[in-house]
Design a protein around this ligand. Structure first.
Ligand SMILES: O=C[C@H](O)COP(=O)(O)O
Ligand SMILES: CC(=O)C(=O)O
Length: 211
């Protein structure tokens, strides 16, 4: 069982941008803008029809970015995402079938948890890195501190309700190498094709790792 790759993905940038795309062409533009701003990782959710095609397009057309699939719930979705070029997978909660595919195909995987019992379940499955979702609702940095006290060997990628002005509070914790968030790629920027706004948001996100 290899989970080192998950921590490698988490080390790429202080923020994993989570995107919901409506077409593959704009997904490629988003990915290029993120790379131009210094963020070389992107999680494309499978919440839209375009998700898989977007992952494939980014994998084929954008250099120097680690593309992953988010909102992966089923074995079939996991297989399709990896075949499309996903280098990591994310689930908002526990999805044992997806974990099994991740292990079988030796790919990075970040499953979500909200409670101590869910984290304990993931740990029993061999998971050493989990996302906390929705982080702001579950209790924010204070909740992560409490979870870390009983799971000192785990790292977290809190996601959900985190913004540019609150990300540092999470990143200040030793057990949080990165956070996830959709704020870098706003719906307005995508609707207006404002890739410069995405690039600038990515630049500011890179700066979050400055102490
Ligand atoms: O739907 C949730 C996103 O995946 C991440 O949450 P966010 O939009 O609050 O950053
Ligand atoms: C919330 C998230 O990251 C996901 O949908 O996978």
């Amino acid at each position: 069982m290899k989970y080192a790759q998950t921590r490698q993905v988490m080390a790429i940038a202080p923020v994993i941008p989570v995107v919901v795309v409506s077409d593959a062409a704009s997904a490629v533009e988003i990915a290029r803008a993120l790379v131009a701003g210094g963020i070389r990782v992107i999680e494309v959710t499978l919440r839209t029809e375009a998700g898989l095609a977007a992952i494939e397009a980014i994998a084929q057309q954008v250099d120097d970015i680690c593309v992953g699939a988010g909102t992966v719930w089923t074995e079939a979705q996991a297989e399709q995402a990896i075949d499309a070029g996903a280098e990591f997978m994310v689930s908002p909660g526990i999805a044992d079938d997806v974990n099994a595919v991740a292990q079988a195909r030796d790919i990075a995987y970040l499953p979500g948890a909200q409670t101590v019992s869910e984290i304990a379940h993931l740990k029993r499955q061999g998971v050493t890195a989990t996302k906390l979702f929705p982080a702001s609702v579950v209790g924010g940095p204070a909740a992560i501190k409490a979870f870390a006290s009983v799971f000192p060997d785990l790292v977290f990628c809190p996601t959900g309700g985190i913004k540019e002005d609150t990300a540092r509070d999470y990143l200040a914790l030793d057990c949080v190498p990165c956070v996830g968030g959709s704020w870098l790629v706003s719906a307005d920027a995508v609707a207006g094709g404002d890739w410069e706004a995405v690039r600038l948001a990515a630049e500011r996100a890179v700066a979050l790792s400055d102490s």
